[in-house]
Structure formats: C-alpha cells, structure tokens
Design a protein around this ligand. Structure first.
Ligand code: HEC
Ligand code: HEC
Length: 404
C-alpha cells in the first residue's frame, strides 16, 4: 500500500508494471486468443476414444494410460510404459509393460493456435507453406499437426502396438501399408465392439460408412485441443486483471523474463519457442537411438547442428509433470533449472561407460554454443523461479477416467 498525502492508495509497483510489460512483450496473450473452434459433440466422443483400450493391439492400453490427470496429463514416470503395461504410474513399470525411450509429454495447449511443432524432436510439424512434415512423407493423414501426432501412438512400435507371442508381429514393421492394415483392424474392432463409430458419425454428422481411422484419431485430437486449452492462470489474472502475485512469484517472474534469460527459449503463449536447443540434462533409459543415446532433433533433420537438441518444453502446468526432460532424468524443478545453467551440477552415475561420458561432454560443448545463460543462480533465485512457474497452472476441463 502506498500513501499519497494521508490517503493510502493501491498502486502497482514499478516491478509489477515491468513484469506485466515483459510478459506481454514476450508473447503472453489472453487464453481465448489461442482457442480454435470446438465441436462439443465431437469432443465428447473424442474423450471416450482417448479412454478406450480398444485402440491398442492388446486391448490393454489407452491414450489415458499415459496421459493422466493426476500427473498433469503426463504419466509420472521417467520414460513411458507401453502395451502390456497395466494400470498407471509406477505400477505400469512393476507389471512389466513395454518400456518407451522418452518421457510422456503433457498435452496443455496442444491443438491451439500456432502450436505447430509436435513431440520432443518435432518429427511432426507444420512448415511455412502450411504443409505437414512427418514420417508419412507426402501422405500425411491430416493437415492438423496434433492429429498427425496423435495418429502415431497406436501405430508406433511399443506404445500401443505390441504382441509377445508374435501373432501380430507384422504390425511391428514401420511401413505405411502395414500401418494402414493395422488401422483397418482397429477400425473393424471399434465397429464390432463399441458404439464409438456410430457415436462419432452422429456427432460429426457424417455417414457412418465414411468414418475412417483418421476421423477416430482426429476426434481424440479434438478432445485434447478442447480439454487442455489454456484457461486463465494466476499469471494471466496478474497481467490482464491486475491481480497480485506474492513477493517470491514476482521476483521469480522478473528473473524469468530478465537476468535468468529463460524467455530466450521459453516464450510465446505456450512458454516455448517451439524450436530446438541443447540442455545438458542427463540421459536416462535405453534412448530413442538405442544404447542409451537420443540424438533428438538430429533424427529428423540429419543436420549435425541439431544433435541432442530437443523442442523447448512449454511450461504450462509444469509443476504437475515431474519428472522432467526428454528422458525423464530430472527429478524436480529445482534440478531442471539448475542443470540449464550449471551442467557440472548434474550427478552422473559412478559407473558411466566411457562412451556415455564422451556423449555427455559433447552435449555440454553444444550447450555452450547456445545463447549465454545466466552464469550464477542462488538457491533463493531457484525457489523464486519455482514459485513463478506455479503461477502457470490451470485445470483441464473434463476429468479423464483412469485405466485400472
Ligand atoms: C505408452 C504411453 C503412451 C500412450 C499409450 C500414448 N502416449 Fe501420447 N505420448 C507418449 C510419449 C512418450 C510421448 C512423447 C514421444 C516423443 O516425443 O517422442 C507422447 C506424446 C504425445 C503427443 C505430442 C504432444 C506434444 O507436446 O507434441 C500427443 C498429442 C499425444 N502423445 C497424444 C496421444 C494420444 C491421442 C494417444 C492415444 C491414441 C496417446 N498419446 C497414447 C506416451 C504415450
Ligand atoms: C537455450 C534455450 C533455453 C533456455 C534459455 C532455457 N530453457 Fe528451459 N528448456 C529448454 C529445453 C530445450 C528443455 C528440454 C531439454 C531436454 O529435455 O533435453 C528445457 C527444459 C526445461 C524444464 C523442464 C520441462 C519439462 O517438461 O521437462 C524447465 C522447468 C525449464 N526448462 C525451465 C527453464 C527456466 C526456469 C529457464 C531460465 C532460468 C530456462 N528453462 C531457460 C530450453 C531452454
């Protein structure tokens, strides 16, 4: 409270005004400015599709097995566990599901305006001319990057397609015609064992015989776009409605936009430049490229400059989605922040193989070429940044049923 004469007046401090200005300058917009048009009947069917295990080869795994409310639409595990997994969270690991090489991504803001670069390595993206670049080449099944990304899990090895006795092993070749065959198998099953296709025909006002696998996936994607769309966070209310932040949140915000230089990469409405950078987080698990290695963006472009680079993660609801990084190797937010700035703080395992050590050294070298980071950060700074990240939380629209 400031007093003018004897009268106390609510006045925004200079720091508050600065933070508002920074937030707007670095791309914050009102939530509804990111929304697309929603078709609620399709959203409703899309939700059931998202929760249906009929989409996986073994009928044991749904989208909702790895994208759960209680883990902020991720799965709470370092790296995801695919088919043959049961239940959710750590139980999926205990029960012996098929391990995946990467950390399950949360879904906040996906499908909203301008969110055009999908997955950790951007292997699905909308490029300048509006075309979709993906592993489908010229045959992208949709012109919506979210739908194409959502199309991958049921077709990609392990995530939702697996079979231990080999009876379905023909699915496990990544080939467009095989993918098509798998898609028609699932479609036939959905027609036979559920009312989903009929419901979708009604919701989308299409003749039932015209509903294809891609329409099923597009409906799940539409549910994602609606359910996880940005809603007012504490930071939105601060910027657009003059609500107050705590001291720590305010200090953290000024660090985030100011000397911490986080917005060099975490900017725009989703707090991501949707571009690729190298951060020397440790690598966990067997790695996308096998033998504990994940070349990241390089897998898509084959450009050596892209080695070990990953898409800047959006930070909406980030305090709900531990563990962090593309391989889930970072247990908490404090470590995530510290490792950006000080790779020598990363505890590497004692028994690291020489090749892993060398790989890590290469990543530190590439990181050093990135924009110069803040060089010093105190424990108080980190606590303030964490408090600030907490102002980016909001709730999804509809509760997703957990797969037991
Ligand atoms: C076995 C766990 C698992 C299942 C089942 C699963 N996902 Fe995911 N999902 C992941 C992982 C892991 C990633 C990150 C993969 C990567 O980037 O390489 C991901 C990424 C995504 C993304 C990209 C998000 C972004 O930020 O770009 C979308 C969209 C998505 N999943 C939707 C779905 C849908 C729809 C289904 C059901 C058809 C589904 N997922 C089933 C684990 C899973
Ligand atoms: C040079 C670009 C860049 C800058 C600057 C940057 N980040 Fe990041 N950040 C990334 C990338 C890329 C990742 C993911 C790296 C990976 O998983 O291998 C990441 C990961 C994170 C994560 C983990 C998110 C998750 O879902 O796994 C958090 C939290 C985070 N950054 C916060 C910050 C904060 C706070 C700052 C400022 C102190 C900052 N970042 C500065 C690029 C950047």
């Amino acid at each position: 409270m400031v007093t003018i004469g004897n009268r106390p007046v609510e006045a925004d401090s200079l720091r508050e005004r600065m933070l508002r200005k920074y937030a707007l300058d670095f791309g914050m917009v009102r939530p509804e400015d990111t929304w697309i048009e929603y078709n609620l009947p399709v959203v409703e069917v899309g939700k059931k599709i998202f929760e249906s295990t009929l989409l996986s080869s073994n009928e044991d795994t749904a989208c909702a097995s790895c994208h759960l409310d209680r883990f902020g639409s991720s799965d709470g595990l370092p790296t995801a566990v695919g088919v043959e997994g049961q239940s959710f969270g750590a139980k999926r690991v205990e029960l012996g599901g098929d391990p995946q090489p990467r950390n399950a991504l949360p879904l906040w803001g996906r499908g909203s305006k301008g969110f055009d670069v999908m997955l950790w390595d951007g292997r699905v993206e909308r490029v300048e001319d509006g075309e979709i670049r993906s592993q489908f080449g010229d045959n992208a099944p949709s012109d919506d990057p979210l739908t194409v990304a959502a199309h991958l899990p049921p077709l990609e090895l392990g995530e939702m397609v697996f079979d231990h006795d080999g009876a379905n092993s023909w699915y496990q070749q990544e080939d467009v015609s095989v993918a098509d065959a798998f898609a028609s198998t699932i479609l036939a099953r959905l027609r036979r064992e559920s009312s989903l296709i009929q419901d979708l025909a009604e919701a989308s006002e299409m003749p039932i015989e015209e509903i294809g696998f891609i329409d099923v996936i597009a409906a799940a994607a539409h549910f994602i776009a609606y359910n996880y769309r940005i809603k007012p966070t504490q930071l939105h209310r601060f910027v657009f409605e003059g609500e107050k932040l705590s001291d720590s949140e305010l200090r953290g915000g000024l660090l985030f936009y100011g000397s911490g230089q986080c917005t060099y990469c975490h900017n725009g409405p989703y707090f991501s430049d949707l571009s690729f950078h190298v951060i020397p987080f440790p690598q966990l698990g067997f790695g996308f490229n096998g033998f504990g290695v994940d070349y990241g963006r390089y897998n898509v472009t084959q450009d050596p400059n892209d080695l070990f680079a990953f898409r800047t993660p959006p930070l909406l609801n980030v305090s709900k989605t531990a563990p962090y990084s593309h391989s889930g190797s970072v247990p908490d937010l404090a470590s995530a922040i510290r490792y950006h700035i000080d790779p020598l703080a990363v505890p590497l395992p004692e028994n690291l193989r020489p090749e892993d050590r060398q790989q890590y050294a290469r990543r530190i070298g590439l990181w050093a070429n990135e924009y110069p980071f803040a060089t010093r950060i105190s424990d108080q700074d980190i606590a303030d940044l964490i408090a600030f990240l907490g102002t980016l939380n909001y709730q999804s629209e509809l509760p997703v049923t957990e797969i037991q």
